[in-house]
Design a protein around this ligand. Structure first.
Ligand SMILES: [Zn+2]
Length: 202
């Protein structure tokens, strides 16, 4: 590769950050960010969320007159992390808002998830003995594993809401996805038009 910085927007001689940002906002009509587990069995989650929220996913590439792919009709971005825990998604939410604008953030935890198979103490202890590493203060304890879905989803919705990098206008939702029936069940939501407290959904 001749020029490693070819295609790095900020290295372009005509680069102008505000102009660039406006152009980026036109690439994709982003509405919803969905955060879910990297378990390969969880790949049905974005389609299920798109159906629930009326989003376009995966959408189609938009081409210019010269045949260059310059955008997409997709309205959803996926953040795929262990257990679908929000701690790993905070920076992606900030960047998504900055470049494209976000309306909804949907956290999805799933049944039979590996994150429910161990405890915070267990993983900390194992790392100490197997890798001689102290990870006890590396992550907030409430984000390390999943002990029950109501706790994990309420924790994650509040973690996102309380982050300075989350825009105030977004609606935040917590769902459980049944890996066997492909069903989504809403457990909690924190809507921007109400007070910023998570409310349980019956
Ligand atoms: Zn999982």
């Amino acid at each position: 590769m001749q020029n490693l910085n070819k295609g790095v927007f900020s290295k372009d001689p005509n680069y102008n950050e505000p102009t660039m940002r406006k152009e980026f906002a036109q690439l994709m009509p982003l509405r919803t960010i969905v955060i879910y587990c990297y378990d390969p069995r969880a790949t049905g989650i974005p389609s299920a969320v798109a159906q629930e929220f009326g989003d376009v996913y995966p959408g189609e590439t938009v081409f210019d007159d010269e045949g260059n792919g310059i955008g997409t009709t997709c309205t959803m971005l996926n953040v795929i992390v262990a257990g679908g825990r929000a701690v790993d998604a905070l920076r992606s939410i900030t960047v998504g808002q900055h470049l494209l604008g976000v309306e909804n953030i949907v956290v999805v935890h799933h049944t039979n998830c590996g994150a429910t198979s161990y405890t915070a103490d267990g993983i900390i202890d194992a790392f100490k003995h197997e890798h001689n590493a102290d990870i006890s203060n590396l992550y907030d304890q409430g984000s390390v594993c999943i002990t029950d879905f109501e706790s994990s989803l309420n924790h994650d919705v509040q973690l996102i809401r309380n982050s300075a990098g989350t825009p105030r206008h977004v609606n935040i939702y917590g769902y459980v996805y049944d890996i066997d029936t492909y069903e989504l069940t809403k457990i909690t939501e924190d809507l921007s038009s109400t007070s910023h407290q998570a409310s349980a959904v019956q």
